[in-house]
Design a protein around this ligand. Structure first.
Ligand code: IFM
Length: 729
């Protein structure tokens, strides 16, 4: 397998792309994520390490956010007294005291989870060195972080000085989450920091050790303890400096710094090479199932591996109380909050290829049922109503107001109040997980309660009017249209949800009678309640135009101004941004797959092919893909409809959202939903993967014209199945 199809490569350092590249070069291991900031640090950079579950609500902020923990990356190197730095301005070339970068290449190895960088550097003295940096976040032991710097004397015999440090002076873009009295440790050639969050009182401890052949001394001051060493290199000789760091939090142990110090001493004895071998062994296990092979399109092959990599590095491996935020652990966008992006976008690749990780994500929701019940009750409903944005507590954490607009005003954010379909999206994720894995134990003990208590919520949420059931004041996936009545996506998904809840009860009655009785009693699933569910299923309003044979996104949608979205091409921003917020919300411009999303999730349960095509022809030209969640869903549905040219265009767009930064906001983090969406577009959309009563099957697979072959693996009920589309006739 060509190595280049596993490598994301950057050649040359461009300060204006620094933040974008920090995001895409993030490393992680399901416990934490560290952005690809450089060891030596640059103006305007945003080095961040985000650890799952460490949220804090700073006094002057609207909502809690994931906290940037002390920085473990700093390594400062001088060559004959010249600080090693990448050239940041053209004028630096004119200042010999700054040294000169003769060549630079950075590689993210997706298959091994290693970030490396090679730089040829001439010091002011004229001596030339090659510096090779390498780092990884161990997948074998999620607390261990490792860095190696190799310095090779290419020309001359330079004096090398290396200082490895920790930096506790960190904020979240200025927001202070750490109490000022951090513990600083500097003894026995180990440095460490222990810090406590202001409001949530999480404690994080981090320790580092520098391992090299020359003597190491303590250095640094304040919140930046350091370890320094120096040596003289003979021409063509090489010196190796390994920095091993360990992070623990009070979510893992009672004394995080003490545990980190003990573990760092142990890891140092194990040594970098052995740690690396253990790490890469775990990565190959991931890829054995997760990889999707595409022949005939190297560009998309690499990009698809990149998206899978980002799902894998953010999925908690050993934690049932953390989940995947909308921007993964690669940036502070959306403050680390968990949305429906997880269950409908990021979860399916894990359900199909790493079921244990999928289970962890669903357990996160199970453990947050108390928060969902609290939200339902606070809003006057029964059952469990999951928050639109979720953190560690499970309470609703959507901000009610936006940040100030250029004119100083703030916009009311309604999603936390009325984007209620999330409860059904979570139920969908549970049901899909159970069907693929056959994990009856999970369903009986945890999953059923999620599906049933959210069904209880909907039973109390619907409104009976004129002999029909309606749901008013909703935001469907298309968030440009807020607080509409009878969003077709929401109403139809609720019908699916109640049907599923009833089938689940039947299954429990036949296969787990005691669990059935327990849940029926605790959730008060009385015959009257179940009769009401059946009635809702039969009489729910599903907006549909019988003459045009299309679903109506919500009644009144077509009375609004029609703006021909395809005419706004080429563009780099959404049509909403071009025509303005107030005009677009009173027009038919759609933010993201909505009716199309319903078709993706429910397939032919929702309509026949003719209606599907009519829906597509109606809604696709009205959608401006203002959300990164949209293109992959369109690729999936277009693939099913056999519209392969459009399917490919949408897929190509979706799979490159982060690499090409085609939304201009990747500096805030990876788009987790797009990463999970492209996986589904290939398997469900192009390859036609379906779960039939006889197991997984490919139904009418259709590949983009130039794709010769696709091969992928999925687990079904514990057994691995390999599928292939195309290939030798
Ligand atoms: O959940 C999404 C939503 O669908 C569109 N706006 C961004 C959110 C987080 O990704």
């Amino acid at each position: 397998m060509a190595r280049r199809l596993w490598h994301i490569i950057e050649r040359g350092f461009y300060p204006d792309r620094q933040l974008h590249h920090e995001t895409i070069f993030t490393i992680g291991n399901g416990y934490l994520g560290t952005r690809g900031s450089f060891e030596e640090g640059y103006e305007g950079d945003t080095p961040s390490t985000l650890v799952h579950g460490i949220f804090d609500h700073a006094p002057n902020m609207l909502v809690p956010e994931l906290v940037n923990v002390p920085n473990w990356l700093p390594i400062h190197i001088t060559i004959d007294g010249t600080p090693f730095r990448l050239v940041t301005q053209a004028s630096d070339y004119m200042r010999p005291q700054d040294g000169l970068v003769l060549g630079f290449e950075r590689i993210l190895e997706l298959d091994r989870g290693i970030l490396s960088r090679e730089v040829l550097f001439r010091a002011a003295s004229g001596n030339i060195v090659r510096l090779i940096f390498e780092r990884f976040a161990s997948l074998d032991n999620e607390h261990i972080l490792a860095q190696r710097v190799r310095v090779i004397a290419v020309d001359g015999s330079p004096q090398i000085e290396v200082e490895a440090a920790l930096d506790g002076d960190v904020t979240n873009a200025g927001a202070q989450h750490w109490l000022p009295d951090m513990t600083v440790l500097a003894e026995n050639e180990v440095i460490g920091l222990e810090a406590k969050t202001q409001q949530s009182s999480y404690v994080v401890g981090i320790a580092s050790k520098l391992i090299t052949k020359s003597a190491v001394q303590h250095t640094g001051s304040g919140l930046q303890p350091g370890l320094r060493t120096s040596l003289q290199l003979a021409q063509e000789d090489e010196a190796v400096f390994d920095k091993i760091s360990v992070i623990y939090s009070s979510r893992d142990v009672t004394a995080p710094l003490t545990s980190a110090v003990a573990e760092v001493q142990k890891a140092a004895k194990t040594g970098y090479d052995q740690l690396l071998a253990q790490h890469t062994r775990e990565w190959s296990k991931y890829w054995e199932t997760a990889d999707i092979l595409i022949e005939g399109d190297d560009e998309c092959q690499l990009a698809l591996r990149f998206t899978t990599y980002h799902i894998l590095i953010t999925a908690p491996r050993h934690d049932e109380n953390a989940s995947i935020g909308a921007k993964t652990l690669s940036g502070l966008g959306y403050k680390g909050h968990v949305f429906w992006d997880t269950e409908l976008f990021a979860l399916p690749p894990l359900t199909l290829t790493q079921p244990q990780l999928a289970r962890n994500l669903l357990m996160y929701r199970y453990h947050r049922l108390p928060g969902a019940r609290h939200k339902a009750q606070a809003n006057g409903f029964e059952g469990a109503m999951f928050p639109w944005e979720s953190t560690d507590t499970g309470e609703e954490t959507t901000p009610q107001w936006s940040d100030p607009q250029p004119d100083g005003t703030r916009i009311r954010i309604w999603t936390g109040d009325t984007e209620q379909h999330i409860s059904t999206d979570i139920a969908y994720g549970v049901w899909q997980y159970w069907h693929w894995t056959g994990d009856d134990d999970f369903l009986k003990r945890y999953g059923a309660e999620i599906i049933l208590d959210t069904a209880v919520f909907w039973g109390s949420r619907v409104e009976e009017k004129n002999g029909r059931y309606e749901i008013s004041q909703q935001i469907g996936p298309d968030e440009y249209h807020e607080n509409v009545d009878n969003s077709v996506f929401t109403n139809r998904m609720v019908v699916w949800h109640l049907e599923t809840a009833l089938s689940l009860l039947d299954w429990l009655k036949n296969h787990a009678a005691s669990d059935h009785d327990r849940l029926a009693a605790t959730l008060k699933l009385t015959p009257d309640r179940l009769a009401k569910w059946r009635d809702i299923i039969a009489r729910m309003v599903i907006p549909f135009d019988a003459e045009k044979q299309i679903h109506i996104q919500f009644p009144g949608f077509f009375d609004m101004e029609y703006i021909p979205v395809p005419n706004y091409t080429p563009r780099t921003s959404s049509v909403q941004a071009i025509v303005g917020h107030s005009r677009s919300i009173q027009s038919q411009v759609i933010k993201q797959a909505d009716v199309v999303m319903m078709m993706a999730l429910l397939g032919d349960q929702v309509a026949n092919r003719e209606v599907m095509l009519n829906n597509w022809n109606t809604y696709y030209p009205r959608t401006d893909h203002g959300s990164s969640l949209s293109p992959a869903m369109h690729a999936w549905v277009a693939g099913r409809l056999g519209l392969m040219e459009t399917a490919y265009d949408m897929f190509h767009h979706a799979v490159h959202i982060d690499l090409h930064d085609n939304k201009g906001n990747v500096r805030d983090g990876i788009h987790a939903a797009a990463c999970g969406g492209v996986f589904q577009a290939v398997l469900f959309g192009f390859c036609g993967l379906e779960l039939t009563p006889e197991g997984p099957k490919l139904v009418e697979p259709r590949l983009p014209e130039h794709w010769r072959r696709v091969q992928f693996n999925v687990y079904y009920r514990g057994a691995k199945h390999t599928f292939e589309v195309g290939g030798p006739a």
